[in-house]
Design a binder for this molecule. Structure first.
Ligand SMILES: Nc1ncnc2c1ncn2[C@@H]1O[C@H](COP(=O)(O)OP(=O)(O)OP(=O)(O)O)[C@@H](O)[C@H]1O
Ligand SMILES: [Mg+2]
Length: 386
């Protein structure tokens, strides 16, 4: 039976919004959490780089990395009825502090944590390492889930083309620590040069010449500082993997109707399937409105009739302009119909049970409670119209 998006915000504990860059993931995540809260749940949305005005509306103008509860007064402002107990919190992911906390928690001593946190290489790369943002989003999810303050956590994902890296991001750090080069680097500084193969030595010398030998020392010190923490990371990766695979976790795929976005969406769904996850909902954002329901053929006939009408029956100029408008409307309707056909085909590829919702291209940005609620009206069955 087809899943309803309502079920996701009513019953699931974790909802992950993924999709290619710029399609509306952050917006969708906020809409889902907002509606969950309105229905009485303790909801939290973890956003990644939200648009300035959306962050302001959610009260997260500061990068705090901790959930901030939204003023319940905002509900009254938009005239929404909130089921008692419902509350909404929001936070903006701060990759660096999440990583710091992870290090602090996993270190065997405060001294080890300090060595890592103060390492220059760590300070420079902890926010920028490939996949770190994805990994830290999952880390934050795990932390919030563990603390148990929320019964619905909606997670936004970063705008990378490889956005699904979060699926194996936890394993990636483990792999890094398992890596041969890493193990070589873990050896006492002089010893590694003795045992390292000629190729590795040459490589390291070349790197040292380019980036400076202090950098190499920092990197070596960085890896050595992690000594003994591999096991903790590995277990962490396992726990996050289990949380993603939990039946209480849902994946929502956001796409635009554009061809490239739909291709990416297909790829995402495949990757999720390979990872043993399925997509519960496909939300297609910024679709062309359908502009009524008259078929394009009828509209084109009307345009023809106007152009053919005898001169004495209608003034020529306005009749031609009106005919052009009919043609225009027929074009739009053809685009809208084609879009829907392509989207239906995508849904069929993902799985016939996947919920499907369309959000039209709105004339304004979605950056406050009222407009988030407006988008919600396209996603849920039971959103009371304002
Ligand atoms: N249906 C819509 N109609 C009009 N504007 C929209 C719609 N959906 C989203 N927007 C606007 O488009 C912009 C991008 O949306 P959003 O930030 O949610 O995308 P994203 O997928 O999170 O982007 P990124 O991949 O960069 O993180 C925002 O300014 C948002 O207000
Ligand atoms: Mg975003």
């Amino acid at each position: 039976m087809t899943i309803r998006i309502d079920e996701l915000v009513d019953d699931r504990r974790v909802v992950i919004c993924c999709g290619t860059g710029g399609v509306g993931k952050t917006t969708t995540a906020a809409v889902l959490a907002l509606e969950g809260a309105r229905r009485g749940r303790k909801a939290c949305v973890v956003t990644i780089d939200p648009a300035r005005r959306l962050a302001d509306a959610l009260g997260i103008e500061r990068l705090t990395n901790d959930p901030t509860e939204i003023d319940p007064k905002l509900w009254a402002d938009i005239g929404a009825e909130v089921v008692p107990g419902g509350r909404l919190s929001a936070m903006m992911l701060d990759t660096k502090s999440t990583f710091d906390l992870l290090v602090t928690r996993n270190a065997s001593s405060p001294e080890q944590a300090r060595r890592i946190l103060e390492n220059t290489f760590y300070r420079n790369v902890s926010g920028a390492l490939g996949g770190t943002q994805e990994y830290m989003a999952m880390e934050k999810l795990h932390e919030l889930h563990d603390e148990g303050d929320f019964d619905l956590i909606v997670v936004d994902t970063p705008p990378t083309r490889h956005a699904l890296d979060f699926l194996d991001a936890p394993q990636r750090l483990t792999r890094l620590l398992d890596n041969r080069v890493f193990r070589l680097l873990m050896m006492p500084t002089r010893a590694y040069l003795r045992v390292a193969s000629v190729a590795v030595q040459t490589f390291l010398r070349t790197v040292a010449r380019v980036v400076g030998s202090e950098v190499i020392e920092d990197v070596v010190a960085f890896f050595r500082a992690f000594e003994g923490m591999e096991e903790g990371f590995r277990m962490r990766a396992q726990v996050v993997g289990d949380l993603l695979a939990d039946p209480d976790t849902a994946f929502v795929l956001v796409s635009s109707p554009r061809r490239d976005a739909m291709q990416d969406a297909t790829f995402f769904a495949q990757r999720l399937a390979e990872a043993g996850q399925s997509v519960q909902a496909l939300i297609v954002n910024r679709v062309h409105p359908s502009f009524g329901d008259e078929a394009p053929a009828g509209l084109r006939a009307a345009a023809e009739a106007l152009r053919d009408s005898p001169e004495d029956a209608r003034p020529r100029e306005p009749a031609h302009r009106l005919a052009a408008l009919y043609d225009n409307l027929a074009d739009f309707r053809e685009i809208a119909t084609l879009e829907r056909e392509h989207i239906e085909a995508l849904r069929a590829r993902i799985g016939p049970d996947t919920a499907l919702a369309y959000v039209p291209y709105l004339a304004h940005d979605v950056h406050d409670f009222a407009t988030l609620h407006e988008v919600g009206e396209f996603l849920f069955d039971k959103v009371p119209a304002r």
